[in-house]
Ligand binder design. Structure first.
Ligand SMILES: [Mn+2]
Length: 334
């Protein structure tokens, strides 16, 4: 255990600039070029060429950043200052071609490799769900096969669509086939709608996933669901992928393939808050479409979801946790 902790640079602290003004980095955190090293980088991937229904997730990262201005430094449920435990920075958007899906996926994978080599964990803002595949390739290259905790209305273990093997409905099938996943430890949460045939559920199980349906939240206590998830994930590395359409359209209307009868933001957050202590090696929040959003509901849900994930990363055993997790914020904030 090291006793010397580097000084973290936290959220913007300018008494002359209210939080609703000025450039919207994620949570008003420093840009990655303004710091020496990021333990966690918030990276936007404005890519939606893999979408099957409504397009527009390419505009998700900017929308989520705008909605993240009200994020504060202290997490009152976990009693932790996430930006003091880890140096978190906004790495901006990754420039990827909108015209060549294979090239885009390759450049996402290469970028994710660079972050992994630098010892930076990615908190990615999508973008459509296709991006989970190249992100998982990089994570598995570093950590070996990982558990995926996948919040979504849909399985996303489908095969091809219009003959295309890589699209936003297939990332976890491809990841499973490529050996990126620990097949005994993957978990869907919030599944409903969008199944063509019962055989898809058999395929999904063979690909390594267990299902907790949206319906479960109506009939089971959340604490019981959390226990099941923790039992499934065990102690190894976990990648958390959150399709914002896991939420009911009442809570997240701005998304590509909305499905009714979904989770509330409170159910999602209570579930996430039950996951302290997992070894989280990467995460994404995807499928935010500002063009279909109202009153920034979806942007707010996504921004705060990303913050919940960053808070969980502060409680990851391998983080530079311990004393500093309970200490005050590294810098003044407002
Ligand atoms: Mn999805």
């Amino acid at each position: 255990m090291s006793t010397e902790q580097p000084q973290r640079i936290g959220q913007r602290d300018d008494p002359g600039m209210p939080r609703f003004a000025g450039p919207a980095t994620f949570a008003l955190l420093p840009r990655s070029e303004d710091i020496e090293h990021a333990d966690i980088a918030v990276l936007g991937i404005p890519f939606d060429a893999g979408t099957s229904f409504r397009p527009g997730a390419r505009f998700g990262p900017g929308h989520i950043r705008e909605a993240s201005r009200q994020l504060h430094p202290y997490h009152q449920i976990h009693d932790v200052y996430p930006f003091a435990v880890n140096q978190v920075a906004d790495a901006g958007d990754l420039g990827v071609t909108p015209y060549d899906l294979a090239a885009a996926v390759a450049s996402i994978e290469a970028a994710a490799d660079r972050f992994a080599e630098a010892g930076t964990t990615l908190m990615t803002l999508g973008g459509d769900h296709t991006i989970a595949l190249p992100l998982l390739r990089a994570v598995a290259r570093k950590h070996g096969p990982v558990a995926v905790l996948h919040f979504d209305a849909h399985l996303d273990t489908w095969d091809t669509n219009f003959g295309a093997p890589i699209w936003h409905g297939s990332p976890f099938r491809r990841a499973s086939e490529e050996g990126l996943l620990d097949l005994a430890r993957c978990q869907h949460v919030g599944i409903r709608g969008g199944v063509y045939d019962r055989s898809e559920l058999d395929d999904d199980a063979a690909l390594g996933f267990q299902i907790i349906r949206s319906e479960d939240y109506q009939v089971r206590p959340v604490a019981d669901i959390v226990r099941q998830i923790r039992d499934r994930l065990g102690g190894g590395p976990v990648y958390i992928s959150i399709d914002i359409d896991v939420l009911d359209p009442a809570h997240a209307p701005g998304t590509g393939t909305p499905e009714v009868a979904g989770l509330t933001t409170r159910e999602l957050f209570t579930t996430l808050r039950g996951l302290a202590g997992l070894t989280i090696v990467g995460a994404d929040v995807v499928e935010v479409l500002p063009a279909y959003d109202h009153a920034a509901l979806t942007g707010l849900a996504a921004a705060h979801t990303a913050w919940e994930l960053i808070a969980l990363m502060a409680l990851t055993p391998s983080a530079t946790a311990g004393a500093e997790a309970q200490a005050g914020p590294a810098l003044p904030h407002r």
